[in-house]
Design a protein. Structure first.
Length: 337
C-alpha cells in the first residue's frame, strides 16, 4: 500500500468511488434481500477511515520492500505488514458495524458486513495507488477499482463465512470472528507472498532474475488461486443458504424466479464474451510478439520510469485481465438467488 503524501486526483477518486458503489450494489442485488443500508454505510465508512489510520502507521512500501532478500523475509513482511493489519482493519470495521445492530443483523448481513468493510478499505488503497501513478491515475483507478476491490472482497468472503456462523449460532461464539480474521489474513498473505520478492527485486534493480521467479513459482501456484477458489465457494454457499430461507424462493414466486432467470442469462452472456475476449487477447499478444510488433515501452529514467512502462503495457494487459474478470462477473450473476 503506498504511503499517503498528498490527496489523489479528484477524477480518479470519483472513479474509485463509482467502482465501489457498483460492487456494493452487486453484493446487495445478488442476495434475495438487501442488507440494511445503515449497516452498509457504517461498514464502508469505517473500512475507509480505519485504513487511513493504518497507512499513517505503516512504514512506506519502499522501505518494506527493501527488507526483502528471500522468500522467508518476504513471508515475514507479508504477514506482519499486509495480511494481519489489513485484514484486521476490515475485521474491526465489520465488527463495529455489526455491534451497532447486535442481535438484529441476520447471518447474511453479517457475511456482507465483511464485504462492505473490504470495499471501504479498497477505496482508500486504490485512491493512494492512483495518486502514486498520477500520469495514469484514471486507468489505475478503474483497473484497481474493479479488480483489486474484488480481490479484497474475496478475502472478506472468508472472514464473512465465520461472521455468518457467529450470527447464526446466537452471537455467542466469540472465537469465530477472530478465527475468521486469522484465516483471511493467511489467505491474503499467501496471495501476496509469491509476488512480493520479484516485485522487490524489480523495484531495486529494474529487472527480475529467472531464479527469483523459479523460487517464487510454487508459492504463486498455490497462493494466487486459493483465495479465489475458497472465497467464491463460500460466497456461493452464503447465497444458497440465504436463498433457501427466502419466502419467495420457498413459495416459488413466479415473478421473482423470472428475475433470477434473467440474471442467470446475463451471466451466461458475460461468460461467453469474457472467454472470447481472453482467447482473442492471448492470440493477439502471441501474434504481435511473433511479428515483432509488440515492442517494449520507450526507455525512461527516474520517477517517470514506472509511468512510462504502465502506459506501454496497460492496453493489452487490460484486455487480458478484464476478460477473465467478465467471466467471473458472469459466474457471480449466475449465483443470483
Amino acid at each position: 500500500m503506498p504511503h499517503p503524501t498528498g490527496f489523489p486526483p479528484l477524477p480518479a477518486v470519483a472513479v474509485v468511488l463509482l467502482c465501489a458503489a457498483l460492487l456494493t450494489a452487486l453484493y446487495q442485488a445478488l442476495f434475495p434481500r438487501v442488507a440494511r443500508w445503515p449497516l452498509v454505510a457504517i461498514a464502508l465508512v469505517l473500512g475507509g477511515a480505519l485504513t487511513v489510520t493504518l497507512t499513517i502507521l505503516l512504514s512506506p512500501t519502499a522501505d518494506r520492500l527493501g527488507s526483502i532478500t528471500d522468500l522467508m523475509s518476504a513471508l515475514k513482511v507479508v504477514v506482519l505488514t499486509v495480511g494481519l493489519p489489513e485484514e484486521g482493519v476490515k475485521f474491526l470495521a465489520a465488527m463495529i458495524a455489526l455491534f451497532v445492530f447486535y442481535r438484529k443483523a441476520t447471518p447474511d448481513e453479517a457475511f456482507r458486513a465483511a464485504l462492505f468493510a473490504a470495499l471501504g478499505f479498497a477505496v482508500v488503497e486504490n485512491s493512494l495507488y492512483a495518486r502514486a501513478f498520477a500520469e495514469v491515475s484514471l486507468l489505475i483507478a478503474f483497473g484497481r477499482g474493479i479488480i483489486a476491490s474484488f480481490i479484497h472482497s474475496l478475502m472478506a468472503m472468508i472472514q464473512g463465512a465465520f461472521l455468518w456462523r457467529f450470527a447464526a449460532t446466537g452471537w455467542r461464539r466469540w472465537y469465530l470472528p477472530f478465527l475468521g480474521w486469522l484465516c483471511a489474513a493467511a489467505a491474503h498473505a499467501g496471495f501476496d507472498w509469491g509476488m512480493l520478492r520479484p516485485l522487490a527485486e524489480y523495484f531495486a534493480t529494474k529487472s527480475i532474475q529467472p531464479q527469483t521467479v523459479i523460487e517464487s513459482l510454487p508459492v504463486l501456484v498455490i497462493g494466487l488461486p486459493a483465495p479465489f477458489l475458497v472465497g467464491l465457494y463460500l460466497f456461493r454457499r452464503a447465497l444458497r443458504l440465504a436463498g433457501a430461507e427466502d419466502p419467495r424462493v420457498i413459495a416459488a414466486d413466479a415473478d421473482y424466479l423470472r428475475r433470477v432467470a434473467t440474471w442467470h442469462k446475463i451471466g451466461n452472456i458475460l461468460i461467453i464474451l469474457g472467454a472470447i475476449g481472453l482467447v482473442g487477447g492471448v492470440a493477439l499478444a502471441a501474434y504481435l510478439s511473433a511479428t515483432g510488433a509488440l515492442q517494449p515501452p520507450p526507455a525512461a529514467t527516474g520517477a517517470d520510469l514506472t509511468s512510462q512502462e504502465l502506459k506501454g503495457s496497460l492496453p493489452l494487459t487490460l484486455v487480458v485481465i478484464l476478460s477473465p474478470a467478465a467471466m467471473i462477473l458472469g459466474w457471480l450473476f449466475r449465483q443470483k438467488r
